[in-house]
Design a protein. Structure first.
Length: 261
């Protein structure tokens, strides 16, 4: 994948965002962790991350926070220019850290976390993903950009399960990739050119398991401020059961400007 921009121009992105993480109705602990910066982090002009941890008592909470903090630190220090290399190398460092800490502390054995990270560079969206936290683009329709790394999603892709049945499948929460699961982490990358008026949403599965995609689209394209609409998503997930932690970041690009050097 080729990153946006070229050597003779600098992409400047103007955007606003709103982020919420909520414990939900059933959990005793919030194992999600989010990060959002509308200003530069290292060589990235902005950075947005949602992570959903897993593990024993407090291990999932620790895994998501530790991984996000490591990724942010590594991105901040990176001298790379390519968003793919910047994010990919940072996620690899986070994976090694989680693996090491799980070996050194029995309480953290088996811990891991999903992660979806994104940056907007000019009119381009660059995304990295491990696990089943998702990124969507919301415009005339709702489009899931990331692909879930889950057992059920693999069954759907192979034709053994239809999409409707997958939503309530008993093995829905079994993921096939996570930061900390193996010595090497396999990260997916996506690049998409944004159209005027489109929104970007990162979220944990605590939202998408409770709210259908069509309802998400209706809420985010409906009335109210950005904050109102995101809060309404979380309220809807809780009203529908709130069975897991709910994390949502919505990004609204306001203008893209190309400055020629």
């Amino acid at each position: 994948m080729v990153s946006a921009g070229s050597d003779n121009q600098e992409e400047v992105t103007v955007l606003r965002s709103y982020a919420v993480t909520d414990i939900g109705r059933k959990r005793q602990l919030n194992q999600d962790f989010i990060y959002h910066s509308e200003t530069p982090v290292g060589n990235l002009p902005n950075l947005f991350i949602v992570a959903d941890g897993m593990g024993g008592h407090k291990a999932g909470d620790y895994a998501s926070r530790c991984a996000v903090e490591c990724v942010v630190e590594e991105i901040g220090a990176s001298l790379e220019k390519s968003p793919v290399r910047i994010m990919g190398m940072a996620i690899g460092k986070a994976n090694a850290l989680i693996r090491r800490q799980a070996r050194e502390n029995a309480a953290y054995s088996g811990m891991g976390t999903t992660m979806v990270a994104a940056t907007c560079i000019g009119q381009y969206l660059e995304v990295a993903n491990v696990g089943d936290s998702r990124l969507y683009v919301i415009g005339d329709e709702i489009e899931q950009i990331t692909e879930d790394h889950s057992l059920v999603e693999e069954m759907v892709r192979m034709g053994g399960l239809d999409r409707a049945a997958a939503r309530n499948h008993p093995d829905k929460n079994i993921i096939t990739r996570a930061i900390g699961a193996r010595d090497y982490v396999d990260t997916d990358f996506f690049s998409r050119e944004m159209k005027p008026g489109e929104l970007v949403m990162l979220c944990s599965d605590g939202l998408t398991n409770m709210v259908e995609d069509e309802e998400i689209w209706k809420i985010l394209t409906g009335e109210g401020t950005l904050e109102n609409r995101v809060d309404r998503l979380v309220e809807t997930a809780n009203r529908n059961g709130g069975k897991d932690n709910i994390s949502v970041i919505v990004i609204e690009p306001l203008a893209d400007e190309v400055e020629h050097g």
